[in-house]
Write a protein that binds this ligand. Structure first.
Ligand code: SAM
Length: 261
């Protein structure tokens, strides 16, 4: 585990959240006008959340957390970034949503910070690369699930690293450190603070979930992405495609795993 590097990411995410929340692609205006930020895949794969308790890990400024809350879940959102959580609380107040709470914490240090256990642990889009120890992450997830509850994660497929950077391989163990990269939402904005990312092959994520005692229901791979990776990518519905249509390699994966009764 590398808590110092997580703290560097906290500073960088504080910077990026300020950029995201002001940018049209950050969708704050749409959310405040009633738009649901959840996409077709997770809506289908998570299913009905009405009356359920849901822990949303790495929630940024909480649009997905609050969208689940609008669908009837009692939600707890967690994020390491101060600006994420401050904004999530502000958006919750503005949209008058009752059944949502937010806490600023490193996901790997969460145990003890929240007392409740949950029927669903949810995590989405752009998260596993910020976790230095995926085995500890899975242990935290499992510790917060009630018997019969489930983890659902949807994220960028780890294979993407070999198409998006020359520095890392699919099996890289060393973290990648970078500064001055363009932000993925505001593609003109150069991030000033250092970011640290870790590569986790899909097998490692699956094995971490198995080792935590959860029972995997499915792993799915998708030929579409959740953001515009290159300028010439096009959007159809909720998802992005490279020129010429569905991608030749997987851009996203989803995983659902239950805690035994
Ligand atoms: C790409 S964003 C996630 C976006 C999310 N799907 C949403 O609904 O907006 C990644 C988030 O992970 C958070 N994060 C990064 N490292 C973390 C850590 N160690 N613990 C908790 N949150 C972390 C960042 O602050 C950031 O808000």
């Amino acid at each position: 585990m590398s808590f110092n590097d997580h703290q560097k990411n906290r500073v960088a995410w504080n910077e990026m959240v300020e950029v995201h929340i002001k940018h049209p692609s950050g969708k704050l205006k749409e959310f405040l006008s009633g738009w649901c930020s959840l996409k077709e895949i997770e809506l289908n794969e998570v299913g009905d959340v009405s009356g359920k308790t849901l822990l949303h890990l790495m929630c940024q400024y909480g649009l997905d957390s609050l969208s689940w809350a609008k669908r009837g879940a009692k939600v707890f959102g967690v994020d390491i970034s101060d600006n994420s959580i401050d904004n999530a609380k502000m958006i919750k107040e503005k949209s008058k949503i009752e059944n949502a709470s937010f806490i600023r914490e490193d996901v790997l240090k969460l145990q003890g910070a929240i007392k409740e256990k949950f029927e669903i642990v949810f995590q989405s889009y752009g998260t596993h690369v910020w976790i230095s120890d995926i085995y500890k992450w899975a242990e935290v997830v499992a510790s917060y699930l009630l018997p019969g509850g489930f983890l659902y994660i949807i994220d960028q497929h780890p294979i993407c690293v070999i198409y998006q950077t020359q520095e890392m391989t699919y099996f890289s163990r060393e973290p990648q450190r970078y500064k001055g990269e363009n932000d993925y939402l505001d593609r003109q904005y150069k991030i000033k603070n250092e970011l640290v990312e870790w590569q986790h092959p899909l097998s490692e994520i699956i094995n971490a979930v198995i080792k935590s005692g959860l029972s995997i229901e499915f792993v799915h791979e998708f030929d579409k992405g959740f953001y515009q990776v290159e300028d010439d990518w096009y959007q159809e519905g909720d998802y992005w495609y490279p020129p010429g249509g569905p991608c030749r390699y997987p851009l996203m994966f989803s995983l659902k795993a239950h805690k035994p009764q």
